[in-house]
Design a protein around this ligand. Structure first.
Ligand code: MG
Length: 366
């Protein structure tokens, strides 16, 4: 089953509630839908969410690198020969989101061709993933209101608080208000998106001691190697690498150099193939993993659920899966539902991201 062509469709869907955090703000989902067409009529689909302020990839760059560089080289290859496809993609460094979407679209095509759900092909560990909800920069009482509302409406009991603000007291207050208002049964962890220095992060850890926070993600720039290592050594909770570890090689470097001791896996930037390599490194070295969100659409979130539910280690913790609730619409024909705080995989061939063609026609840019 050979790749006949690769289609890129840039589209834009507005957010009803723009998400603000230390490294940026998002008002529209300016994404690219990637479709791999095969010579026997199977079409694999994936979503590519550019994050220019973090990785430098844009809607335009993703469309261009796929159309001009990757598509000509993978056209004619068999979708089952994934290692040959990746040998092509590996020649180009960076462009992780473009590569990730191509990889997921290939897996989707494989699943459809075999008549098998991709979550089964990847591992088939469980059929759902618990949902963690992300709380952006807002006054503490508004964050608490949102967390309580999401707990009541969706059954969510895990919250990631976006921090990294100055003065530090803003975030420290939010931690205390959330813990007091949510009680001990709710998991709270932090993501600073490199907003602090290592010493500021240590101060926040001191002033939130006893609150039972579970993880501290990307507290400072991982390039500040020595201070970051000092922070990791002294932190009572795992320090999670996220934007410092987009590739398996980055994961190796950061874990072995002491820059972090837990890893955030994002299928949007790793696809399923490199996410599998990253997961193997993490389980082999004995460090925790989380399934992160690249402010994904429902199409992207379904890919995260597909990978996360397929493996034991990735399904231990709640995955970040609720950002799509802030979008005005989505391309997925059958909406993702959060029930009892979980999202289920789809037991259909492929990943299960059937696209609503009318919606695509409405939101596509070309
Ligand atoms: Mg993060």
């Amino acid at each position: 089953m050979k790749i006949e062509r690769v289609e890129v469709i840039p589209y834009s869907i507005p957010y009803t509630h723009p998400l603000q955090f230390a490294s940026g703000k998002v008002t529209h989902a300016d994404h690219v839908l990637v479709r791999v067409h095969t010579d026997d009529g199977v079409v694999g689909t994936a979503d590519a969410p550019p994050r220019p302020y973090t990785y430098g990839e844009t809607q335009e760059s993703i469309s261009t690198i796929i159309t001009k560089t990757f598509a000509p080289q993978v056209t004619g290859l068999d979708v089952f020969d994934r290692e040959r496809i990746h040998a092509v993609l590996r020649r180009t460094i960076h462009n992780q989101v473009a590569k990730g979407a191509l990889d997921i679209a290939v897996w989707d095509a494989i699943g459809k061709r075999l008549g098998a759900p991709v979550h089964k092909l990847l591992g088939g560990y469980t059929d759902r993933l618990r949902v963690s909800h992300m709380l952006g920069f807002r006054p503490a009482h508004e964050l608490l209101d949102e967390a309580l509302r999401f707990g009541e409406t969706y059954g969510i009991s895990t919250f990631k608080l976006k921090v990294g603000r100055r003065p530090l007291a803003l975030d420290i207050e939010a931690c205390h208000v959330l813990r007091e208002g949510l009680g001990d049964g709710v998991e709270i962890y932090l993501d600073a998106n490199r907003g602090w220095t290592a010493n500021e992060a240590l101060e926040v850890l001191r002033r939130t001691e006893g609150l039972g926070l579970t993880l501290l993600e990307e507290p400072c720039d991982a390039k500040e190697a020595l201070s970051r290592r000092r922070l990791v050594d002294r932190s009572p909770i795992p320090v999670v690498g996220d934007e410092s570890v987009p590739t398996a090689g980055d994961v190796s470097r950061e874990l072995l150099s002491g820059g972090c001791n837990a890893i955030c896996i994002k299928t949007a930037r790793s696809g399923f193939t490199e996410a599998t390599e990253i997961l193997g490194l993490c389980t082999g070295l004995g460090v925790d993993v989380t399934m992160g969100n690249q402010i994904d659409t429902q199409v992207g979130s379904l890919a995260t659920v597909t990978f996360g539910a397929a493996h034991e280690a990735t399904s231990r913790r709640a995955g970040e899966l609720s950002n799509f609730l802030d979008m005005a619409d989505d391309l997925l024909a059958e909406p993702l539902l959060i029930t009892d705080g979980t999202i289920r995989v789809r037991d259909v061939p492929g990943v299960g991201a059937e696209i609503d063609e009318d919606k695509l026609a409405t939101y596509r840019l070309s």
